[in-house]
Design a protein around this ligand. Structure first.
Ligand code: G3H
Ligand code: 13P
Ligand code: ZN
Length: 311
C-alpha cells in the first residue's frame, strides 16, 4: 500500500475511540521495529521525522527507508514531519513526499502563529498533504530547546475554534500536561493529564482530531536495565499509560512517542555488551535493540493506543 495521509486514519480513530501511534525514526532498525510491530498488530502507524533526524540521517535516506518499509506491508503508513520550525522545512518535506507535516509556531505570538500556519496549510493542501499545528506550550526538551516547567502553558479551549477556522489545519496538538523527554516527573509524583481541558476542546471542536506530544511513559523496567548494565539515568517517571489510554478514548487521535523508543533501544544495547563483551558485529547488538523496540511498540499499540486490528 502506498503512503497515506492521516485523514482516514483519524476519522476511524475518532469514531473508534482509539489513537494512532506516531513514532520517531532515525535509522533503519527503528523503521523496521515500528513497522514490523504495527504490521503484526494489524495497526495503522505514523512514522515521524524530526529536524534532528534529518540532520543525523539525511532526509533522502529516511525517505527511502520509509518507502522500503511501506513496500513490505499492507497496513496504512503515514510519513510525518515532526515539529517543523518554519515554512521552508515544511515545504521541503512536502516536496520530498511526506504525507503530513507539523508546523510548530506555538511559541510565536497569536497572529504570527496563525499567519505561518495558514501559509503552510495552503501549500500543503495544494499538494494533497495534511497539516498539524500546536496551541499551548509543552515543558521539556525538543531539538535542544528546553522549556522549563514554569514556562509551559496549557491550551486554552477559548482559542481553539478561531485557530482551527482561520488556519484550516487538519489536526491540533494541545498541551494538557504531557512534556517532552525522558525526565518528566520525579518518582512519587502522581502526574495526571488535564482531561477536563481535553473534554472541553472536544466539545468546541466536535469530530476534530487532537494530538498529544510528549507522551512517553518512561517504562521503569527499561530504565532499570539501563542502570543495571552500566548506565546512570536519574530517577524519573513519565505520563502514566492509564492517562494516555483515557485521552485516546476521547478526541486524541495521534500520540507521539520518541523517548520510550530510545530507552528500549539503549537498554538492549547496554545489556548486550555486558552479556557479550566479546561481540563487535553491529548486527548482533542492533538486532537486540530492534527486537526490544519492536516489543515496546507492540505494547503501546495494544495497551495504550488501542489501535490493534484497526488497519
Ligand atoms: O519532540 C521531539 C522529538 O522527541 C524529536 O527529538 O529533535 O532529538 O530528534 P529530536
Ligand atoms: P516524548 O519525548 O515524550 O517521547 O515525546 C515525543 C514527541 O512529542 C515527538 O514529537
Ligand atoms: Zn513533540
Amino acid at each position: 500500500m502506498p503512503l497515506v495521509t492521516t485523514t482516514e486514519m483519524f476519522k476511524k480513530a475518532y469514531a473508534g475511540k482509539y489513537a494512532v501511534g506516531a513514532f520517531n525514526v532515525n535509522d533503519m532498525e527503528m523503521v523496521q521495529a515500528i513497522v514490523e510491530a504495527a504490521n503484526e498488530c494489524h495497526s495503522p502507524v505514523i512514522l515521524q521525522v524530526s529536524a534532528g533526524a534529518r540532520k543525523y540521517a539525511n532526509p533522502v535516506y529516511l525517505r527511502h527507508l520509509v518507502m522500503a518499509a511501506v513496500e513490505t506491508t499492507d497496513i496504512p503508513v503515514a510519513m510525518h514531519l515532526d515539529h517543523g520550525a518554519d515554512f521552508e522545512i515544511c515545504k521541503a518535506s512536502i516536496d520530498d513526499g511526506f504525507t503530513s507535516v507539523m508546523i510548530d509556531a506555538s511559541s510565536k505570538p497569536w497572529e504570527e502563529n496563525i499567519a505561518l500556519t495558514r501559509k503552510v496549510v495552503e501549500y500543503a493542501h495544494d499538494h494533497g498533504v495534511v497539516v498539524e499545528a500546536e496551541l499551548g506550550k509543552l515543558a521539556g526538551v525538543e531539538d535542544d530547546v528546553k522549556v522549563e516547567a514554569h514556562d509551559a502553558m496549557f491550551t486554552s479551549p477559548d482559542e481553539v475554534e478561531e485557530f482551527t477556522q482561520r488556519t484550516g489545519i487538519d489536526s491540533l496538538a494541545i498541551a494538557i500536561g504531557t512534556s517532552h523527554g525522558a525526565y518528566k516527573f520525579k518518582p512519587g509524583q502522581d502526574p495526571k493529564l488535564r482531561i477536563d481541558i481535553l473534554e472541553e476542546i472536544g466539545r468546541r471542536l466536535p469530530g476534530f482530531p487532537i494530538v498529544l506530544h510528549g507522551a512517553s511513559s518512561v517504562p521503569q523496567d527499561q530504565v532499570a536495565i539501563i542502570n543495571e548494565f552500566g548506565g546512570n539515568m536519574p530517577n524519573a517517571i513519565g505520563i502514566p499509560e492509564s492517562e494516555l489510554r483515557k485521552a485516546a478514548q476521547l478526541a486524541v487521535c495521534k500520540i507521539n512517542i520518541d523517548s520510550d523508543l530510545r530507552l528500549a533501544f539503549t537498554a538492549a544495547i547496554r545489556k548486550h555488551f555486558v552479556e557479550h563483551p566479546d561481540h563487535f558485529d553491529p548486527r548482533q547488538y542492533l538486532g537486540d535493540a530492534r527486537t526490544n523496540m519492536k516489543a515496546l511498540v507492540k505494547h503501546k499499540i495494544i495497551n495504550v493506543l488501542g489501535s490493534e486490528n484497526k488497519a
